[in-house]
Ligand binder design. Structure first.
Ligand code: 6CS
Ligand code: FE
Length: 316
């Protein structure tokens, strides 16, 4: 596919300077159809920073069943042997389990929570589907970190995601504090696309999910964007929720504390931004990394329909 227009060239043979993104951040501006629960303050904060943080979004008792289910999954030898389970390159413990929303009904319902789905449709200005879901585990004293990157840079080059019209939701299943490797983000970094040098080899994901070497922005760009926007590491109790734009630069340190850090990630893509062929990779990645079949628009799920309209929205 040499003649296709590529709005975000990356994985290049030689350096190309960063440039302003070619897509809006909030895609529903002036479209009443996609009004949602976010007010103008939240929308402008998302446009400015590239993420929104909701401390204590879910109550603790809403999170516990997920952790119970994860313990059961870890006993599932067949699942643990599958290629959608990535082991930590240093300790051999579980680092990521992909395709969570297809493994578990509980996780699937969470991706359709009416408050989250309402916000995401508002941000993307369309119906949405799950591009990718995963649990990232960092056990105490050993969980490895993740180098600085833009998720969109990978999803564009290796999964063929055409435009910046996706949002990641990250639900903290354990407390995230300054010691157990919380996600770090560079506010405002989503505004620029940082092309990366280095061509994508065949089956790159076999290595990149253990330690990302390609698609890592150059240090000058990282330093300039961090000097301009700083670095933030949202911290809070299990049940807190982070929404971050697909091009917001993020990373996390290894977990040197005795406390685990488990976060669930589910990525919403606009139904108008469906995957094409990879823009900078020799072949497609597996379905559990970039959905091409299970892409029906998500329908809302309400855990407490009996309370609908009674204005007594329970602690969820
Ligand atoms: O390659 C991917 O899709 C994954 N890699 C990282 C480091 N973040 C996004 C995603 O889980
Ligand atoms: Fe990432």
């Amino acid at each position: 596919m040499t003649d296709r227009y590529d709005p975000y060239p990356t994985r290049l043979k030689e350096y190309h300077p960063p440039f302003l993104r070619r897509d809006p951040v909030v895609h529903s501006r002036n479209q009443r159809r996609w009004e949602g629960p976010l007010d103008e303050v939240a929308l402008s904060r998302y446009e400015r920073d590239g993420f929104l943080w909701f401390e204590g979004f879910f109550s603790h008792d809403r999170i516990t069943p997920f952790l119970e289910e994860l313990k059961e999954m870890a006993q599932d030898e067949e699942l643990m042997r599958s290629e959608q389970v990535i082991l930590d390159p240093n300790s051999g413990a579980i680092r990521s389990v992909f395709g969570m929303h297809e493994i578990s009904e509980n996780f699937d319902k969470l991706t359709r929570d009416l408050r989250i789905l309402g916000m995401v449709r508002q941000l993307l200005g369309s119906e949405v589907y799950i591009h990718q879901s995963r649990i990232n585990d960092k056990f105490g004293f050993q969980g490895s970190g993740f180098d600085w990157h833009s998720d969109f840079e990978t999803w564009h080059s290796e999964d063929g995601m055409p435009r910046m019209r996706a949002v990641s939701a990250s639900l903290m299943l354990t407390d995230n504090n300054e010691f157990n490797g919380p996600l770090m983000l560079i506010p405002g970094s989503h505004i620029e696309f940082v092309p990366c040098v280095g061509e994508t080899p065949e089956m790159n994901w076999k290595d990149s999910l253990k330690a990302q070497r390609l698609g890592v922005p150059d240090r000058d760009a990282l330093a300039r964007l961090a000097d301009r926007g700083g670095i933030q590491a949202p911290k809070g109790p299990a049940g807190s929720l982070l929404l971050f734009e697909c091009n917001t630069l993020h990373a996390s340190n290894e977990n040197m504390s005795p406390w685990p850090r488990s976060n669930l990630f589910f990525v919403y893509n606009s139904v108008d931004n469906a995957l094409e062929e990879p823009y900078a990779a020799p072949s497609r990645r597996p379905e559990f990394l970039g959905a091409r079949r299970n892409v029906e628009p998500l329908t809302m799920h309400d855990d407490f329909p009996e309370l609908a309209g009674q204005g007594v929205g329970p602690l969820r």
